[in-house]
Design a protein around this ligand. Structure first.
Ligand code: DSN
Length: 426
């Protein structure tokens, strides 16, 4: 098979690699996968159809991908202390869709963390399948503390009586009280789902509380703090014998694990991406290593230092700090630059963040009053505590000079030179 090399696309890939290498990456959901993780993705495994599960496929020739998927499952279980895992979801959103399809009927009530307070689209937003197919209600953070008040969650749960309670967030920097949430779920007979997409790596290595101890089901992405390929998965600690008596569409009561497997395939997905599953296996292997343990410890330390530096510079960090890898900054506290203007100015200096709603935001989701910042990616590049302070100083410099293009260019040149000290894929 001879093909002309598609220079247009490969030149653009090169250009993107240059962008990643020369800039400061602070998007809290991004990271840099290792070369071997990416190598596993770019393989012949992409050619293989393998609907079903290892040993129970709908296609022939699956012996090798069966071995690979079994290794991915075993490593995921070892990493999180899970008893069961499905590593096929293409993303975190797909994992959540599969869980909801498996355990809910259309029109059932769900209770999630408010998107505008840091939740996720798939936790019941009206523009997402989860808000269209099910009846959502939400809990949020308190205005004074920026933290979740679990008495309030309890109150809403008792009033709404949801069938599913979802915890986990895209922009919440604090620990979750999974034990209390399980008590609340038990009181109202709800299933408790934790979506740990953001802090998964810190949870895996014991740096944050363990949701698997209390939540019936746990979903995650594999590419954020976990530093694997773009993807998702579902886990359970115990093979809960379906205490809720949930039935299949044919009216049969089956084990929860079996319902969840069916929720993925044939429920919401077709053929699994075995090249990505191989890369997940590689990433889980890496995450079990001592090097990764050092990495996640540093991610957490770096975030704490960064949050403190923002506060020292006069910025309001929502909830007054962070327990994980990220923080949410309310820019109304200094300069009142909108999140959108901040994002635009920072990108001119090759510093990438995302604008983000802050709780009780006065601006729209397209403009916002805040930014979200995370340390997962820059820690992969080898940055330590002193670099965190410098990064905050650079951000402050940009925001205080956001309309001065010459100054922004000067900062950008400094950033590009500085990033040479933190080689990525060279
Ligand atoms: N886009 C992800 C994030 O940035 O947190 C959530 O889906």
């Amino acid at each position: 098979m001879t093909m002309l090399r598609d220079q247009i696309i490969f030149d653009l890939i090169q250009k993107e690699q240059h962008r990643q290498e020369t800039g400061i990456e602070l998007i809290a959901s991004e990271n840099f996968a290792s070369k071997q993780v990416m190598e596993a993705m770019g393989t012949v495994l992409t050619n293989k159809y393998a609907e079903g599960l290892p040993g129970k496929r709908y296609y022939g020739g699956c012996e090798v991908v069966d071995e690979i998927e079994n290794i991915a499952i075993d490593r995921a279980k070892e990493l999180f202390g899970a008893e069961w895992a499905n590593v096929q979801p293409h993303s975190g959103a797909q994992a959540n869709a599969a869980v909801m399809l498996a355990v809910l009927n259309a029109g059932d009530k769900i209770l999630g963390f408010d998107l505008s307070h840091g939740g996720h689209l798939t936790h019941g937003s009206s523009v997402n399948f989860s808000g269209k197919l099910y009846q959502p209600s939400f809990y949020g953070v308190e205005k004074e503390t920026g933290m979740i008040n679990y008495d309030h969650v309890d109150e809403i749960a008792r009033k709404e009586k949801p069938k599913l309670i979802i915890c986990g967030a895209s922009a919440y920097s604090r620990e979750w009280d999974y034990e209390r949430l399980r008590t609340i779920a038990d009181e109202v007979g709800a299933i408790l789902l934790a979506d740990i997409s953001h802090p998964a790596g810190l949870i895996a290595r014991g740096l944050l509380d363990d949701p698997l101890e209390h939540c019936h089901i746990v979903t995650t992405t594999t590419h954020k703090t976990l530093r694997g390929p773009r993807g998702g998965m579902i886990m359970m600690r115990e093979d809960f014998e379906n205490p809720f008596g949930i039935k299949t569409p044919k009216g049969v009561v089956r084990k929860m694990s079996s319902l969840l497997d069916s929720g993925v395939f044939p429920g919401t997905q077709g053929g699994p991406l075995e090249h990505v599953i191989a890369a997940k296996a590689v990433a889980f292997g890496e995450a079990l290593s001592d090097d990764y343990m050092k990495y996640v410890l540093q991610v957490k330390k770096n975030a704490a230092v960064m949050a403190q530096r923002f506060m020292d510079k006069g910025y309001h960090v929502i909830s007054g700090g962070t327990d994980n890898h990220m923080m949410l900054i309310d820019l109304r506290s200094k300069g009142d630059v909108s999140g959108r203007d901040a994002e635009d100015a920072l990108i001119k200096a090759d510093i990438t963040i995302n604008k983000n709603m802050v709780p009780f935001d006065s601006r729209s989701p397209f403009i916002t009053s805040g930014i979200r910042v995370g340390t997962a990616a820059i820690t992969t590049r080898g940055m330590m505590e002193p670099e965190m302070e410098k990064v905050v100083d650079l951000i402050d410099d940009v925001l205080m000079n956001k309309d001065n293009d010459n100054k922004l260019l000067e900062i950008k040149e400094g950033v590009n030179t500085w990033m040479n000290n933190f080689p990525l894929y060279k």
